[in-house]
Design a protein around this ligand. Structure first.
Ligand code: NDP
Ligand code: 2IT
Length: 447
């Protein structure tokens, strides 16, 4: 980490004091602050109007009890969150995460990142995140439905097409969004399609939304490769995770001529030198919600539970599982084995030490707020289709996604150049994302 200028340091100290114990939130704020030195030098008006302090304070934070009855008749209690971080550019927008690790610090880090990511897409969406410490693993469909209905019983008061538009994230996919939308519809007596994104195609969803985050990450890497006169052809790729983002990143790498040789879940990783068998992976993870060990058994490859997927040699690494899954030691190992490009499909998967190691080694590093923005961008396309009561073809929607990812790459690269750091996508993404929000806030007065 670099040294912050004294004004940014004092704002950061205040963030630490006001948000004690929220380590992931501190990490996300610090990463953005590390890029803002040259911006506040060029634009003292941002400091004069306390824009940065305001951006670090969520507009609204909602925490609530989510009681539900499990299949054995026992009452279970979870905690629900929605942090509505910033609405300068549009209605709050961001996913819901269901995972036992969820607490306020995780929701705030994700909501904070979402502000700048959504800004980078160029679309009219503010930043938010929500979720619960509910663990869907091992729960029946009926239990997941009762949990989602209870979650929506409180959440519906705070969301809406013009207010706040949730979507999926870890543990929240098509099944959960169906239960959430069905209950919202019932509570409000309105078919308000634009209140949630990631819906099923027959009930207001967008084609390519399911694929969008993974595809978008690979489109971003494709732009990085093109700008160096290269392509995916023949590249060896490692993708962590085997959920929504990972599966569709693997699919697009294979479409573009690369080979994904390893993927993982929370129980371990598999290496499949012939290339991951995507049809089998989808069957195991999407259809049966089973463990990666079943893939390993079917393919007769080992599942490694006590090592790191980042020790597998590759040209391109795509962390697509969760935050802080790629440590400094992992980064050093990837560099030693010749990695050239790392792009974050997940949110904040690389630790600060890992980012530093990549930077020092000259690895091209694309941060999540740029590389995984294709998911939320396609959510905004879903909102457009809902608002116009239209439904686009897959070809048109994917072409729009590819164009948006090209634009994001261009805006990160151009901003990095402008600030004298060509090739620094972290700096470019943070500054380009921040500036659009800051200028809108300045224009709107003290909000
Ligand atoms: P899924 O729930 O579909 O998949 C998550 C994957 O990551 C699973 O393979 C899961 O393994 C693994 N994983 C989750 N938590 C951990 C953990 N603590 N340790 C190890 N492995 C873990 O989620 P998504 O694919 O939707 O999300 C993945 C990442 O992408 C997250 O960081 C999310 O915030 C980010 N993201 C998602 C977007 C979306 O549109 N869905 C958009 C932009 C970013 P297991 O099955 O064993 O739990
Ligand atoms: O992290 C993210 O960008 C998401 N989980 C998707 C958010 C969205 O509203 O589509």
């Amino acid at each position: 980490m670099s040294t912050l200028n004294p004004q940014l340091q004092s704002i950061f100290d205040e963030v630490l004091r006001r948000n004690a114990g929220e380590l992931e939130f501190h990490q996300a704020v610090r990463e953005v602050f590390d890029s803002l030195g040259p911006v506040v030098e060029k634009h003292p008006e941002y400091l004069e109007a306390s824009i940065i302090q305001r951006i670090c304070e969520p507009e609204r934070q909602i925490i609530f009890r989510v009681p539900w009855v499990d299949d054995s008749g026992t009452v279970q209690i979870n905690r629900g969150f929605r942090v509505q971080f910033n609405s300068a550019l549009g209605p709050y927008k961001g996913g819901l995460r269901f995972h036992p690790s969820v607490y306020l610090g995780i929701v705030k880090f994700l909501g904070f990142e979402q502000i700048f990511k959504n800004s980078l897409t160029g679309m009219p969406i503010g930043g938010a995140k929500g979720g619960s410490d509910f663990d869907p693993k091992g729960r029946s469909d009926a239990e997941v439905m009762r949990f989602c209905q209870s979650m929506m019983t409180e959440l519906h008061r705070h969301i809406g097409e013009y207010t706040d538009v949730p979507a999926g994230d870890i543990g929240v996919g098509g099944r959960e969004l169906g239960y959430l939308f069905g209950h919202y519809k019932r509570l409000t007596n309105k078919y308000e399609s634009g209140v949630l994104t990631g819906k099923g195609i027959t009930w207001g969803g967008s084609r390519v939304r399911k694929e969008a985050t993974g595809y978008g990450t690979v489109f971003f890497v494709d732009e990085v490769l093109r700008s160096h006169g290269d392509s995916f052809d023949g590249k060896r790729v490692v993708v962590s995770g085997s959920g929504n983002v990972a599966i569709y990143a693997i699919e697009k790498v294979h479409d573009l001529g690369g080979t994904v040789v390893a993927c993982s879940d929370s129980s371990g990783f598999v290496v499949d030198e012939d290339g991951i068998d995507l049809a089998l992976l989808k069957e195991v993870k999407e259809d049966r919600r089973a463990r990666l060990s079943e893939y390993a058994e079917a393919r007769d490859v080992p599942l490694t539970s006590n090592g790191s997927i980042w020790d597998v040699p590759c040209d391109v690494a795509l962390p697509c599982a969760t935050e802080n899954e790629l440590s400094e030691q992992d980064a050093v190992s990837l560099v030693k084995n010749g990695v050239r490009i790392v792009a974050e499909g997940a949110n904040m998967p690389t630790t600060p030490g890992g980012i530093k190691a990549f930077k020092e080694a000259g690895v091209l590093f694309a941060p999540g707020k740029a590389a995984n923005a294709g998911g939320v961008a396609t959510s905004a396309l879903e909102m457009q289709q809902n608002a116009s009561r239209d439904s686009w073809t897959a070809e048109h929607t994917e072409a729009r996604l590819a164009e948006i990812m090209r634009d994001i790459h261009h805006s990160c690269a151009e901003t990095a150049e402008e600030y004298g750091a060509p090739g620094d996508y972290v700096l470019g993404a943070n500054i380009a994302g921040f500036t659009r929000v800051a200028d809108a806030m300045l224009a709107m007065g003290v909000i």
